[in-house]
Ligand binder design. Structure first.
Ligand code: UDP
Ligand code: MG
Length: 160
């Protein structure tokens, strides 16, 4: 019985990360995956996917009343996206930090948007904004059986 391991399991979260169509078209998929891999998070789901309109609308339903909503769903469905599920301690907030501010011109250098994008409407990546939305969005974008739980060999080198 290893109580410290049990306790740390409680802090494990999951987040839904998506390379948007501009990121795929601009050849940024590998660069983006690499940043999450290097940080030490665990990839549990990955697919290239053409998003249907209804799914884009459901994913962004909280923004339905915004003036940019039609352009947003058009953008997300304009080409294939890369859907990912990432797991780790504090992964939701940490991924948001790695991603940077919504407006890439305000995103800090060193962040994905700060380094790789210039416009809010072409900001290359999505990341869940809360652990609850992480769970909701992974269930929305992945079917049963598409996710793959596994044991990361480097786990003891990431956490004491
Ligand atoms: N968006 C936009 N115009 C805006 C605000 C947002 O086109 O004025 C788009 C942008 O692609 C953003 C997405 O809508 O990433 C979702 O907005 P949110 O506020 O949730 O930003 P995020 O969580 O992606 O940083
Ligand atoms: Mg958001």
């Amino acid at each position: 019985f290893l109580p410290h391991l049990v306790a740390s399991m409680e802090d494990v979260e999951e987040t839904y990360i998506m390379v948007k169509p501009d990121g795929v078209q601009r050849g940024l998929v590998g660069e983006i995956i690499s940043r999450f891999e290097k940080k030490g998070f665990k990839l549990t789901g990955l697919k290239l996917f053409q998003c249907p309109k209804e799914l884009a609308e459901e994913h962004y339903k909280d923004l339905k009343a915004k003036p940019f909503f039609p352009k947003l769903t058009e953008y997300i469905t304009s080409g294939p996206v890369v859907c990912m599920a990432w797991e780790g301690v504090g992964v939701v907030a940490s991924a948001r930090k790695l991603i940077g501010a919504t407006n890439p011109l305000q995103a800090e250098p060193g962040t994905i948007r700060g380094d790789l994008a210039v416009q809010t409407g072409r900001n290359v990546i999505h990341g869940s904004d809360s652990p609850e939305n992480g769970v909701r969005e992974i269930a929305l974008w992945f079917k049963e059986g598409e996710l793959c739980p596994w044991t990361q060999a480097q786990a003891p080198w990431l956490r004491e």
